[in-house]
Ligand binder design. Structure first.
Ligand code: ATP
Length: 234
Protein backbone atom coordinates (compact mmCIF):
# COMPACT_ATOMS: atom_id res chain seq x y z
CA UNK A 1 0.00 0.00 0.00
CA UNK A 2 2.75 2.42 1.00
CA UNK A 3 6.33 2.13 -0.20
CA UNK A 4 8.97 4.54 0.99
CA UNK A 5 12.22 4.09 -0.85
CA UNK A 6 15.54 5.52 0.22
CA UNK A 7 14.40 8.93 1.44
CA UNK A 8 16.72 11.60 2.79
CA UNK A 9 15.14 14.59 4.54
CA UNK A 10 16.53 17.80 5.97
CA UNK A 11 15.48 20.65 8.25
CA UNK A 12 17.51 23.46 6.73
CA UNK A 13 21.04 22.08 6.61
CA UNK A 14 20.44 19.45 9.27
CA UNK A 15 19.81 15.99 7.90
CA UNK A 16 17.04 14.16 9.82
CA UNK A 17 16.51 11.05 7.65
CA UNK A 18 19.15 8.99 5.87
CA UNK A 19 18.16 6.51 3.17
CA UNK A 20 14.95 5.45 4.95
CA UNK A 21 12.94 2.64 3.32
CA UNK A 22 9.67 1.43 4.82
CA UNK A 23 6.83 -0.68 3.45
CA UNK A 24 3.28 -0.88 4.78
CA UNK A 25 0.92 -3.55 3.47
CA UNK A 26 -2.86 -3.34 3.49
CA UNK A 27 -4.58 -4.04 6.84
CA UNK A 28 -1.30 -4.17 8.74
CA UNK A 29 -0.25 -2.33 11.86
CA UNK A 30 3.33 -1.22 11.28
CA UNK A 31 5.11 0.26 14.30
CA UNK A 32 7.95 2.79 14.08
CA UNK A 33 10.03 2.70 17.20
CA UNK A 34 13.06 4.69 18.26
CA UNK A 35 14.15 7.14 20.91
CA UNK A 36 13.38 10.86 21.02
CA UNK A 37 14.69 12.68 17.99
CA UNK A 38 15.28 9.47 16.00
CA UNK A 39 13.22 10.66 13.01
CA UNK A 40 9.84 8.95 13.45
CA UNK A 41 7.69 12.08 13.23
CA UNK A 42 9.84 13.36 10.38
CA UNK A 43 9.06 10.15 8.48
CA UNK A 44 5.31 10.74 8.93
CA UNK A 45 5.73 14.39 7.90
CA UNK A 46 7.48 13.29 4.71
CA UNK A 47 4.62 10.90 3.90
CA UNK A 48 1.90 13.49 4.49
CA UNK A 49 3.69 16.13 2.45
CA UNK A 50 4.53 18.44 5.38
CA UNK A 51 8.22 17.98 4.59
CA UNK A 52 9.56 17.37 1.12
CA UNK A 53 12.23 14.66 1.01
CA UNK A 54 15.47 15.74 -0.66
CA UNK A 55 15.76 12.39 -2.43
CA UNK A 56 14.06 9.02 -2.64
CA UNK A 57 10.43 8.26 -3.41
CA UNK A 58 7.13 7.59 -1.69
CA UNK A 59 4.44 5.58 -3.45
CA UNK A 60 0.90 5.12 -2.19
CA UNK A 61 -1.38 2.61 -3.92
CA UNK A 62 1.09 2.42 -6.80
CA UNK A 63 1.20 6.18 -7.38
CA UNK A 64 4.11 8.47 -6.60
CA UNK A 65 3.12 11.04 -3.96
CA UNK A 66 6.59 12.45 -3.20
CA UNK A 67 6.48 16.24 -3.07
CA UNK A 68 2.71 16.46 -3.51
CA UNK A 69 0.71 18.98 -1.51
CA UNK A 70 -0.75 17.70 1.75
CA UNK A 71 -4.39 18.18 0.73
CA UNK A 72 -3.94 15.99 -2.33
CA UNK A 73 -2.27 13.30 -0.18
CA UNK A 74 -5.22 13.43 2.27
CA UNK A 75 -7.57 13.19 -0.67
CA UNK A 76 -5.84 10.03 -1.83
CA UNK A 77 -6.67 8.39 1.51
CA UNK A 78 -3.91 9.07 4.02
CA UNK A 79 -4.74 10.59 7.38
CA UNK A 80 -2.16 11.87 9.83
CA UNK A 81 -3.10 12.12 13.49
CA UNK A 82 -0.27 14.13 15.04
CA UNK A 83 1.03 13.88 18.56
CA UNK A 84 -0.49 16.15 21.19
CA UNK A 85 -4.26 15.66 20.67
CA UNK A 86 -5.62 19.08 19.89
CA UNK A 87 -9.32 19.04 19.24
CA UNK A 88 -11.07 22.36 18.58
CA UNK A 89 -11.70 23.04 22.28
CA UNK A 90 -14.72 25.34 21.91
CA UNK A 91 -16.54 23.22 19.37
CA UNK A 92 -18.74 20.29 20.30
CA UNK A 93 -17.55 16.72 19.94
CA UNK A 94 -19.88 16.25 16.97
CA UNK A 95 -18.66 19.47 15.29
CA UNK A 96 -15.05 18.35 15.76
CA UNK A 97 -15.85 15.08 14.03
CA UNK A 98 -17.65 16.90 11.21
CA UNK A 99 -14.50 19.01 10.67
CA UNK A 100 -12.81 15.77 9.66
CA UNK A 101 -15.35 15.29 6.88
CA UNK A 102 -14.55 18.40 4.86
CA UNK A 103 -13.58 16.52 1.69
CA UNK A 104 -16.58 16.80 -0.69
CA UNK A 105 -16.84 13.03 -1.24
CA UNK A 106 -16.83 12.48 2.51
CA UNK A 107 -19.16 15.36 3.46
CA UNK A 108 -22.02 13.78 1.52
CA UNK A 109 -21.66 10.61 3.58
CA UNK A 110 -20.84 12.17 6.93
CA UNK A 111 -23.83 10.70 8.77
CA UNK A 112 -22.72 7.19 7.84
CA UNK A 113 -19.12 8.03 8.75
CA UNK A 114 -20.31 9.35 12.12
CA UNK A 115 -22.20 6.12 12.77
CA UNK A 116 -19.04 4.12 12.08
CA UNK A 117 -16.94 6.32 14.37
CA UNK A 118 -19.54 6.07 17.14
CA UNK A 119 -19.48 2.27 16.83
CA UNK A 120 -15.72 2.28 17.53
CA UNK A 121 -15.82 5.11 20.11
CA UNK A 122 -19.18 4.83 21.94
CA UNK A 123 -18.14 7.51 24.44
CA UNK A 124 -18.02 10.07 21.61
CA UNK A 125 -21.64 9.34 20.75
CA UNK A 126 -22.65 9.73 24.36
CA UNK A 127 -20.79 13.05 24.65
CA UNK A 128 -21.37 14.33 21.13
CA UNK A 129 -23.03 17.57 22.29
CA UNK A 130 -20.41 18.50 24.90
CA UNK A 131 -17.60 20.92 24.14
CA UNK A 132 -14.35 19.13 23.35
CA UNK A 133 -12.65 20.95 26.24
CA UNK A 134 -14.92 19.07 28.66
CA UNK A 135 -13.48 15.69 27.64
CA UNK A 136 -10.78 13.83 29.55
CA UNK A 137 -7.33 13.35 27.97
CA UNK A 138 -8.21 9.84 26.81
CA UNK A 139 -11.50 10.99 25.31
CA UNK A 140 -9.74 13.85 23.52
CA UNK A 141 -7.33 11.31 22.02
CA UNK A 142 -10.31 9.28 20.83
CA UNK A 143 -11.83 12.45 19.39
CA UNK A 144 -8.77 13.36 17.32
CA UNK A 145 -8.52 9.76 16.13
CA UNK A 146 -12.22 9.81 15.23
CA UNK A 147 -11.80 13.16 13.46
CA UNK A 148 -9.02 11.65 11.34
CA UNK A 149 -11.11 8.57 10.56
CA UNK A 150 -14.00 10.75 9.33
CA UNK A 151 -12.11 11.30 6.05
CA UNK A 152 -12.57 7.58 5.40
CA UNK A 153 -8.82 7.01 5.02
CA UNK A 154 -7.15 3.91 3.66
CA UNK A 155 -4.00 4.48 5.69
CA UNK A 156 -3.98 6.10 9.09
CA UNK A 157 -0.74 7.39 10.63
CA UNK A 158 -1.00 7.84 14.39
CA UNK A 159 1.75 9.62 16.31
CA UNK A 160 2.07 8.77 20.04
CA UNK A 161 -1.62 8.17 20.82
CA UNK A 162 -0.94 6.91 24.34
CA UNK A 163 1.33 9.74 25.40
CA UNK A 164 0.37 11.16 28.81
CA UNK A 165 -2.54 8.79 29.38
CA UNK A 166 -3.24 6.63 32.43
CA UNK A 167 -2.47 2.90 31.96
CA UNK A 168 -6.12 1.86 31.69
CA UNK A 169 -6.69 4.37 28.88
CA UNK A 170 -3.46 3.33 27.16
CA UNK A 171 -4.80 -0.22 27.03
CA UNK A 172 -8.08 1.09 25.61
CA UNK A 173 -6.31 3.11 22.89
CA UNK A 174 -4.24 0.06 21.86
CA UNK A 175 -7.40 -2.06 21.80
CA UNK A 176 -9.04 0.49 19.49
CA UNK A 177 -6.02 0.54 17.16
CA UNK A 178 -6.29 -3.25 16.90
CA UNK A 179 -10.04 -3.06 16.24
CA UNK A 180 -9.44 -0.58 13.43
CA UNK A 181 -6.88 -2.93 11.86
CA UNK A 182 -9.27 -5.87 12.24
CA UNK A 183 -11.88 -3.83 10.38
CA UNK A 184 -9.44 -3.48 7.48
CA UNK A 185 -7.74 -0.16 8.27
CA UNK A 186 -4.01 0.08 7.61
CA UNK A 187 -2.07 1.75 10.41
CA UNK A 188 1.38 3.25 10.72
CA UNK A 189 1.94 3.76 14.44
CA UNK A 190 4.54 5.70 16.39
CA UNK A 191 4.69 4.82 20.06
CA UNK A 192 7.05 5.34 22.96
CA UNK A 193 5.27 2.39 24.54
CA UNK A 194 7.46 -0.05 22.65
CA UNK A 195 6.32 -3.29 24.26
CA UNK A 196 2.65 -2.61 23.76
CA UNK A 197 3.07 -1.40 20.19
CA UNK A 198 5.19 -4.37 19.12
CA UNK A 199 2.67 -6.72 20.74
CA UNK A 200 -0.09 -5.46 18.44
CA UNK A 201 2.07 -4.66 15.38
CA UNK A 202 2.28 -7.03 12.44
CA UNK A 203 5.67 -5.56 11.59
CA UNK A 204 7.94 -2.87 12.91
CA UNK A 205 10.95 -0.72 12.08
CA UNK A 206 13.53 0.56 14.54
CA UNK A 207 14.84 4.02 13.65
CA UNK A 208 18.01 5.42 15.19
CA UNK A 209 19.63 8.72 14.32
CA UNK A 210 17.56 9.04 11.16
CA UNK A 211 18.30 5.54 9.86
CA UNK A 212 16.32 2.29 9.83
CA UNK A 213 18.56 -0.08 11.79
CA UNK A 214 16.24 -3.06 12.18
CA UNK A 215 12.97 -4.33 10.77
CA UNK A 216 10.90 -7.42 11.33
CA UNK A 217 7.69 -8.93 12.60
CA UNK A 218 6.40 -7.37 15.82
CA UNK A 219 6.90 -10.60 17.76
CA UNK A 220 10.42 -11.10 16.42
CA UNK A 221 11.41 -7.55 17.35
CA UNK A 222 10.08 -8.11 20.87
CA UNK A 223 12.51 -11.02 21.19
CA UNK A 224 15.46 -9.17 19.62
CA UNK A 225 18.36 -8.60 22.01
CA UNK A 226 19.06 -5.05 20.84
CA UNK A 227 15.38 -4.07 21.18
CA UNK A 228 15.16 -5.70 24.60
CA UNK A 229 18.19 -3.83 25.85
CA UNK A 230 17.58 -0.44 24.26
CA UNK A 231 13.80 -0.14 24.45
CA UNK A 232 12.39 -2.69 26.90
CA UNK A 233 14.88 -2.20 29.72
CA UNK A 234 15.67 -5.93 29.91
P1 ATP B 1 10.15 12.46 19.21
O1 ATP B 1 9.50 11.28 19.80
O2 ATP B 1 11.01 13.21 20.17
O3 ATP B 1 9.21 13.35 18.44
P2 ATP B 1 11.09 11.54 16.64
O4 ATP B 1 11.73 10.21 16.41
O5 ATP B 1 9.70 11.72 16.16
O6 ATP B 1 11.20 11.89 18.17
P3 ATP B 1 11.71 13.77 14.95
O7 ATP B 1 10.72 14.71 15.58
O8 ATP B 1 11.37 13.20 13.64
O9 ATP B 1 12.04 12.60 15.97
O10 ATP B 1 13.12 14.51 14.89
C1 ATP B 1 14.22 14.04 14.12
C2 ATP B 1 15.33 15.07 14.17
O11 ATP B 1 14.92 16.25 13.48
C3 ATP B 1 15.71 15.51 15.57
O12 ATP B 1 17.10 15.70 15.61
C4 ATP B 1 14.98 16.82 15.75
O13 ATP B 1 15.66 17.67 16.62
C5 ATP B 1 15.00 17.39 14.33
N1 ATP B 1 13.80 18.22 14.06
C6 ATP B 1 12.51 17.84 14.19
N2 ATP B 1 11.68 18.83 13.82
C7 ATP B 1 12.47 19.88 13.47
C8 ATP B 1 12.21 21.20 13.00
N3 ATP B 1 10.97 21.64 12.81
N4 ATP B 1 13.28 21.99 12.72
C9 ATP B 1 14.55 21.52 12.91
N5 ATP B 1 14.87 20.30 13.33
C10 ATP B 1 13.85 19.49 13.62
Amino acid sequence: MLEIKNIDAFYGKTQALYDVSIRVNQAEIVALIGSNGAGKTTTLNAISGLLRPASGSIEFLGEKITGRKTFSIVEKGICHIPEGRRPFADMSVRENLEMGAYLPRVWKNREKALEQIFAVFPVLEKKQNLLARALSGGEQQMLVMGRGMMSNPKLCMIDEPSSGLAPILIAEIFRIVQTLRDQGMTILLIEQNVRHSLEIADRGYVIENGRVVLEGKGKDLLGDDMVKKAYLGL
